[in-house]
Design a protein. Structure first.
Length: 110
């Protein structure tokens, strides 16, 4: 386990605030994320859709006209570019989304 460095500082108003080391802050954030993701995984209807599929579909749903280029989708998700491409292909094969050519850039668009 990573040791957390704490120090107390007093402000000009006499209030004391604890300072957590950057490593301690990162560790706390990481553990909070793991806890949240485990809870989501427990409650999520994964037999219907995966969390990564949901992430991609949600990201698309909040875009104007529910469209975006694959490279822009890649920037907004936590997936690698090849993973996004494969996932988009799977969702397209299931009929959940469709790919189209962007007439302005001649790039594939969802």
């Amino acid at each position: 386990m990573v040791e957390k460095e704490l120090s107390a500082e007093t402000s000009e108003h006499g209030a004391t605030a604890e300072r957590v080391s950057p490593v301690g802050a990162w560790e706390a954030l990481f553990r909070a994320q793991v806890t949240v993701m485990r809870k989501l995984a427990e409650d999520f209807p994964s037999h219907v859709i995966s969390l990564t599929e949901y992430d991609v579909l949600y990201t698309l749903s909040i875009q104007p006209h529910r469209r975006m280029r694959i490279r822009d989708l890649n920037r907004r998700t936590l997936l690698t570019q090849p993973s996004v491409s494969r996932l988009v292909d799977r969702l397209s094969a299931k009929g959940i989304l469709s790919k189209a050519v962007d007439p302005l850039t001649v790039a594939a668009r969802l």
